[in-house]
Write a protein that binds this ligand. Structure first.
Ligand code: ADP
Ligand code: MG
Length: 719
């Protein structure tokens, strides 16, 4: 018979292994130097000092930095790390890392592991090859990385078992100018916190000490088999297919969206979750998306700079885990023509350090002054600076996506839902709104519970939608860093809140003033609200009537971040200086031109070395058939007709190929960055589209076995 003790032991063992099996709690954050690790490994006084540094209440001292560095190193080494890296986000939109080992050789030939406070706080990578837009000449290439202690350090593991202590940093020049995406994001978070606090104080909030912007970015992506990927020079070079006739089946049956997940994909998703959880990334939702071979992952939201760091890791990890599974993850905005492209839904809100979501309407939003004020501020910000938000979502890939299929159009409008729209209308007319309290949706089946109804209905066609307690900015490109759009969002919100705070601070009757602010905002900026179908032709016309900008290409969009108004705004809130804005503008234009140039070169190469030889071979096969049939006195008319079609298309394609080559040469010869980018958009890109039409037509008549690359049907459906 089992003794009481042995039973307890057994239970403990069972529980232990059960816990291991489910694992999620053990795995989550296991590679993060997070708050709970810090609490354990740091002396209490250092831990407390560090907390103050993180909240901006105190400056980091060398003593504290040394103790933290030592503890971080010991923790990392115990988990297998041999190296550390200052991880940063240059203007390429990707991340960068240079690994240094902890190794410190001693005089006697032995070695110890070393990592000082100074090494933790600051690094100096050889920064000469990162884009700086003229801020640094290569001969004065000093760039510094500075520890962002508000985003926790973590361990990056690779499949080879290499473990690296990874320290999130900001990247600046010797003169303190931002050379990265993170520095302005951190500055914008400061700016919005400061102005939001002023509004809260004016409305009687005495307890909150900080306001942070929060973001939950939903990430869309495609997966295709690596064997197919390897056979397509366009995917390898540019991330998208430059050729490809539509497959017989696309997304029209709507059978992929939320469909059952295939085993192969499920295995990928599971491995992805585990890798992300280890790094403390709260991957929450996974599902099939609308296009065939398209999927989505959504994490639980976090502080914006952490969300931006995490999203970079999400993209990187997706690509790594895909390769381990014989797949390739495509993050490009429009990898396949004719089916949906990918974006990131950037869910954004503002929250106080004591847990108040400032965009939470509560049950009676008309009584919630804080909500109304922040709602009005957001409306005002978005309408006033729609061009800058659009710029924040611009990249060459998004040019192919905005306005097509499910994606948002290039016009910025705000979806508010009928209830909130009516509420704002009523306030501006001085009318009362009935408290609707918690509304319930009844679904007509008695055995099912009544569902609480959000204060907003859903609208999938709006680029900027209020979704219950946050705004969802849906224009963000799938491959881009979310730092840019959130820098814009925070800064434009800061300005609107600043103006509102000044009014509220001077007002005797705050309640009346809030109503007046809402009324004025509605009158002046209500035009940006649109609850209808954002994809309709009527909306494009209506938006033009309302005077809303419709900025169709990224080149035009970038300009909005370099004009006088942008300089005024971003300098006022200390987010980006004129020099920083202008350098970024140049970099983005240059990157645009390079991007289209790469596409053109890939298209030229594929056409010359793959398509034309295959087509020629087929044409001569047909020609042989025609003469053989003629000789035999048989009917060769079908073969002849086919030969004529193929020859005609080949001739046309060959002409268009020459045109593309000429356009590319010409564009590359232009010195001025703006003109060069425009030439790539207006003549190189268009020449490439023209060439594609002929090649795609040929793909549809050539025998499948002779076509030199995998087709859309192969890539999208054979997974
Ligand atoms: P849907 O696909 O319906 O838009 P999801 O649940 O997939 O919704 O994604 C919603 C995202 O919004 C999640 O990342 C979630 O964490 C995030 N989110 C929720 N509340 C907030 C908030 N207050 N601030 C920022 N993001 C939020
Ligand atoms: Mg969404």
């Amino acid at each position: 018979m089992a003794t009481k003790q042995s039973v307890e032991k057994l239970i403990a063992e069972v529980n232990g292994s059960a816990r291991k099996k489910s694992g999620i709690a053990e795995i989550f954050g296991s590679n993060v130097f997070n708050d709970s690790v810090m609490k354990k490994v740091l002396p209490k006084s250092t831990y407390e000092a560090m907390k103050k540094v993180q909240t901006g209440e105190a400056k980091l001292t060398p003593e504290v930095a040394n103790i933290v560095a030592e503890a971080m190193k010991d923790w990392a080494i115990a988990k297998g790390a041999t190296h550390y890296t200052h991880w940063f986000q240059p203007l390429t939109g990707k991340t960068a890392e240079k690994h240094d080992s902890f190794l410190a050789p001693q005089k006697d030939g032995s070695a110890v592991a070393e990592f000082s406070g100074k090494q933790l706080i600051q690094g100096e990578p050889d920064a000469s090859s990162f884009p700086s837009g003229g801020i640094r000449a290569t001969f004065e290439a000093r760039g510094y990385t500075a520890w962002d202690c508000t985003s926790p350090a973590f361990l990056k593991e690779d499949a080879a078992g290499d473990v690296t202590l990874t320290i999130p940093t900001a990247f600046c020049s010797y003169t303190g100018e931002a050379l990265d995406k993170k520095t302005p994001l951190l500055r914008s978070m400061e700016a919005v916190s400061k102005q939001a606090l002023r509004v809260l104080r004016a409305l009687g909030n005495k307890s909150s000490k900080r306001v942070t912007s929060t973001v939950g970015p939903e990430q869309e992506y495609f997966l295709i088999d690596k064997d197919y990927f390897d056979q397509r020079a366009d995917l390898i070079a540019s991330g998208r297919t430059l050729f490809g006739a539509a497959s017989p089946k696309g997304q029209e049956l709507e059978d992929q969206y939320f469909g059952a997940i295939k085993d192969r994909i499920s295995k990928f998703m599971k491995e992805l979750d585990i890798e992300l959880w280890k790094m403390g990334i709260a991957s929450k939702t996974k599902h099939n998306e609308v296009a065939p071979a398209q999927f989505e992952m959504a994490p639980i939201f976090s502080t914006t700079n952490i969300a931006a760091d995490h999203n970079q890791l999400v993209m990187e990890t997706m690509q790594k885990v895909a390769l381990r599974n014989g797949l390739v993850c495509l993050l490009y905005e429009k990898p396949f023509a004719g089916v949906n492209g990918s974006g990131k839904h950037n869910n954004w809100s503002l929250a106080t350090d004591d847990g108040i979501n400032l965009l939470e309407p509560g049950h009676t939003p008309h009584e919630n002054e804080v909500f109304l004020t922040f709602l009005a501020a957001t409306l005002k910000a978005v309408d006033k600076h729609a061009d800058k938000l659009r710029a924040g979502a611009a990249n060459p890939g998004n040019d192919l996506r905005l306005g097509a299929n499910e994606a948002p159009p290039a016009i910025i409008s705000v979806f508010m839902g009928s209830f909130l729209t009516e509420l704002l209308e009523n306030i501006s007319k001085g009318k009362a709104t009935q408290a609707k309290g918690q509304q319930f949706l009844t679904i007509g089946v008695d055995s099912l519970p009544a569902l609480p109804l959000d204060n907003t209905d859903r609208n999938r066609t709006s680029p900027f939608a209020f979704t219950g307690n946050k705004f969802e900015f849906r224009m963000v490109p799938s491959s881009a860093s979310i730092a840019g759009p959130n820098t814009v969002l925070n800064t434009i919100a800061a300005e609107a809140l600043d103006e509102i705070a000044t009014r509220l601070e001077g007002a005797k009757d705050k309640n009346k003033e809030v109503a007046a602010i809402v009324k004025e905002t509605w009158a002046k900026h209500g035009r940006v609200v649109f609850n209808g179908n954002g994809y309709s032709e009527e909306w494009v016309k209506e938006a033009a009537k309302r005077g809303l900008p419709n900025i169709k290409s990224s080149i035009e969009a970038y300009a909005a971040m370099a004009n006088a108004d942008a300089v005024r705004l971003f300098e006022k809130y200390g987010v980006l200086s004129k020099r920083e804005l202008h350098s970024r503008y140049d970099i983005y234009l240059e990157q645009y031109a390079k991007h289209i140039n790469i596409e053109a070169r890939a298209a030229i190469q594929m056409t010359k070395t793959q398509f034309i030889p295959a087509i020629m071979a087929y044409a001569s096969e047909l020609a042989n058939d025609v003469s053989a049939l003629k000789e035999a006195g048989a009917d060769s008319s079908v073969q002849k007709e086919c030969l004529d079609t193929v020859s005609g298309l080949l001739k046309s394609a060959s002409k268009k190929l020459s045109a593309l080559e000429a356009a590319t040469d010409k564009a590359n010869g232009i010195g001025d960055v703006e003109k060069k980018a425009e030439a790539f958009r207006d003549s190189v890109f268009t020449a490439q589209v023209a060439l594609r039409a002929d090649i795609d037509a040929l793909e549809q008549i050539m025998p499948k076995g002779l076509w030199p690359v995998p087709t859309y049907a192969d890539m999208l459906f054979n997974l």
